[in-house]
Design a protein around this ligand. Structure first.
Ligand code: NAD
Length: 289
């Protein structure tokens, strides 16, 4: 996708972090911006921010887990701005699992994380793609996964993000086969300075977890504060959109892990073990992670 001015971008999880930065990057290109988010107060602040920027903006309260909510998002967005050209399936959450083994992790955690991170993306693809293909104008879809898709030990988060990678690969292939002028990308960042470590703030009341009844966050605020800025990430994402690149791996400091993981699979031996603490330590030696 090369031309953005006057076109419309829809961003789920658009009220914070990466989504907000993507929305700002879209607004920089004179796009209309539709912010979809579950956090009412953050959404209100974000909408006000874009109004102050003199941007065309619409905020829609949306729980991406719910297909009906995504259908309403499409209806509201098209009623306000007409055709949708750029879709960021970006909303995501991560649970606090502590040292809970995978077999003891409650269904509530699986349901919440898979619901937002995987089914939220699938709902977006199923609902928006028919509209985007039918109107015939060029467009692009970016699904936010994570480098965590390739890291063993991430619990439901890693499972959901691996699903987003393979779902996105299927989407890109099917769009090509259909001869569509809609591009697709999958975004797999390492750490970015956002509020993702406090994702529990948006956990629905009916999915409270026995392993984290107080809604404790991940406690990675200091680490994230020293990580890549969302705005820098958004610039890399728009570069990929403009050049129609599918795989977006913005953190080259994780490349060795992807290589080692693949080598472990090809060696057909034990599960790949990654030294996360060692990896974290390298950032304080000034290496990009
Ligand atoms: N920050 C990182 O280090 C990092 C790394 C890799 C991938 N990611 C992914 O980036 C995406 C954006 O996260 P972020 O880092 O900007 O975190 P963030 O918490 O700052 O933003 C996430 C946004 O999603 C919204 N959201 C949560 N549940 C929702 C739901 N059910 N429906 C609609 N909106 C919902 C939140 O309210 C919030 O505004 C996520 O998919 C996350 O998994 C983040």
């Amino acid at each position: 996708m090369k031309s953005f001015e006057g076109k419309t971008a829809v961003i789920t999880g658009g009220a914070s972090g990466i989504g907000l930065a993507l929305a700002n990057a879209a607004a920089d290109r004179q796009m209309n911006v539709v912010l979809a988010d579950i956090e009412a107060s953050a959404l209100e602040v974000a909408v006000q921010h874009f109004e102050e920027r003199q941007c065309q903006v619409l905020g829609v309260m949306t729980d991406t887990r719910q297909k009906t909510a995504i259908e309403k998002l499409l209806a509201d967005a098209t009623e306000e701005f007409g055709n949708i050209h750029l879709l960021f399936n970006n909303a995501g959450v991560v649970n606090f699992g502590g040292a809970t083994p995978i077999w003891d992790l409650p269904d509530a955690d699986w349901s919440w994380v898979m619901g937002v991170n995987f089914y939220g993306v699938l709902n977006g693809v199923q609902t928006f793609l028919p509209h985007m293909i039918a109107h015939g104008e060029e467009g692009h879809v970016v699904n936010t996964a994570s480098i965590a898709a390739f890291l063993p030990g991430g619990g439901p988060y890693g499972v959901s993000k691996y699903g987003v990678v393979t779902l996105s690969e299927a989407l890109a292939q099917d769009l090509q086969t259909a001869g569509s002028n809609i591009g697709a990308s999958v975004l797999c960042p390492g750490w970015v300075n956002t509020k993702i470590g406090d994702a529990e703030r948006n956990r629905p009341g009916d999915l409270t977890s026995e392993v984290n009844p107080s809604g404790q966050g991940l406690g990675i605020g200091d680490l994230l504060a020293q990580s890549k800025s969302p705005n820098e990430l958004a610039a890399q994402v728009f570069d990929a959109i403009e050049n129609n690149r599918f795989y977006i791996f913005p953190h080259t400091g994780w490349d060795y892990m992807l290589r080692e993981h693949t080598e472990a699979m090809l060696a057909r031996e034990g599960v790949y073990e990654f030294d996360l603490q060692g990896h974290v330590a390298t950032r304080f030696e000034g290496k990009e992670i």
